[in-house]
Design a protein around this ligand. Structure first.
Ligand code: CA
Length: 198
């Protein structure tokens, strides 16, 4: 720091002055450093949040793709007949050896197990017990939270386009770290020809 006179007589004043400047400088430096650190913290938080969001998107996409593949596989293996692919209330079980209750309507929990019917996305997935009435999908079902993939809701919609073509719309909703709801939609078309894979 420079002082005006540099004489002995004003040295004390000068020192006092210098120390005053140093304090201000220190405060400014701390302020700049603090501001800088807050900026860094914000950037790190954003990066972590962004990476969590992209991870959630990837997981939700996997649920969509797995759901579409499972439906194709149910058709290819003839586990379900083409006419049986429908939502609950619209299933045509006429003459079929396996009675199918249909894919649940609306957004439902995504479960880790397909339940007793062997099909994911139906009323018995998350219920470990059908309750007193012995029927899954009714009010007295006993639910098992351990079977649920937390943080996701899925809707399987089967739309009959013609006698031989159905549109499959899978929507998966997931909760982001920022508390916002995200949604991934996958659309597939199902015909009544089983595809054989080698
Ligand atoms: Ca099921």
């Amino acid at each position: 720091m420079s002082n005006k006179s540099g004489q002995n007589g004003v040295k004390n004043y000068s020192r006092k002055n210098e120390s005053g400047f140093s304090m201000i400088e220190a405060i400014i430096a701390i302020f700049i450093l603090t501001t800088g650190l807050i900026g860094t913290a914000a950037a790190v938080t954003y990066a972590l949040e962004f990476s969590a969001i992209s991870r959630n998107v990837t997981k939700a996409k996997l649920v969509v793709v797995a759901s579409i593949e499972e439906i194709e596989s149910l058709r290819n293996s003839r586990r379900l007949e083409f006419k049986q692919f429908a939502n609950t209330g619209n299933v045509n079980n006429e003459g079929s050896p396996n009675q199918f209750l249909g894919f649940s309507n609306g957004f439902k929990d995504v479960s880790n197990t397909p339940g007793t019917d062997g099909v994911n996305g139906t009323a018995d997935d998350t219920a470990s017990n059908p309750g007193a009435d012995g029927v899954f999908g009714t009010a007295d079902d006993v639910f098992d939270r351990g079977r649920i993939r937390e943080g996701y809701k899925r809707q399987i919609e089967i739309i009959d386009l013609s006698g031989s073509l159905k549109k499959v719309v899978i929507k998966v909703r997931y909760m982001n770290v920022n508390g916002k709801l995200g949604e991934i939609v996958g659309v597939s078309y199902l015909n009544d020809e089983t595809r054989t894979t080698l």
